[in-house]
Design a protein around this ligand. Sequence first.
Ligand SMILES: CC(C)(COP(=O)(O)OP(=O)(O)OC[C@H]1O[C@@H](n2cnc3c(N)ncnc32)[C@H](O)[C@@H]1OP(=O)(O)O)[C@@H](O)C(=O)NCCC(=O)NCCS
Length: 230
Amino acid sequence: MSLLDDLRAFTRTVQADVQFALERDPAATSALEVLLVYPGVHALALHRVAAALQRAGVSLLPRMLSQFTRWLTGIEIHPSAQIASPCLIDHGMGVVIGETAKIGARCHLHQGSTLGGASRLRTQRHPMLGDDVLVGAGASLIGAISIGKGAKIGAGAVVVANVPPYATVVGVPGHIVAYYDPGDDTVLRLPDPEHDRIEQLEQRVDALQAELRRFEERAAGGAPATISRS
Ligand SMILES: CC(C)(COP(=O)(O)OP(=O)(O)OC[C@H]1O[C@@H](n2cnc3c(N)ncnc32)[C@H](O)[C@@H]1OP(=O)(O)O)[C@@H](O)C(=O)NCCC(=O)NCCS
């Protein structure tokens, strides 16, 4: 491939990222605005240059470019990370994408999200995201885990295990709360026993507080105080 072909491919990729930002961010008003002011778009464009240099065997420069990008945008992407196009890194500040991370097409990552490693071995040690994955603000995905196509990772979740396609994962540690069925466009909400138990306990505390208030009122009025056992 000639340099001109490389340039054309790069331009197409940036255009696709800009278009994707326009589709995904309701606050975006024009392609020019996205191109000029979206740090995620700048970080991805610079990453694509750093990744090409890395693949060409250039030493040091790709890491320097990656660190320059971090300085400029607050987004740190290792030059060896593989990111398909289009991709949107929304807001971006604090995003970290590790050396062996892989990100499928049409993924949408928010500020503060981490695709981090949990091993010191120089093997696959970062997350692998399928296509159409959403990663919420501040979510941490740790280790060589697979995140299935169309999965949604909630803001602030910590995910250390594989996530099946079209699952919604929230919380610490991350747990599945819903599945999206792309076949009939429906969402199946899963029961959350922990949440249900907390709700039952809250209702019980409310009932006990009400009982205690009645007891105190009767005692203050001089009536014989009795407490129900229900
Ligand atoms: C996880 C997420 C994708 C789910 O969205 P959704 O499919 O519309 O699902 P819902 O909002 O109906 O939430 C499903 C359940 O998960 C809970 N939930 C949603 N997001 C959560 C989160 N980040 N942490 C903990 N629980 C969460 C909801 O309370 C709900 O629980 P319930 O069924 O007991 O009421 C979304 O809530 C989210 O976190 N998106 C990230 C967006 C983001 O980072 N924006 C930053 C913009 S600057």
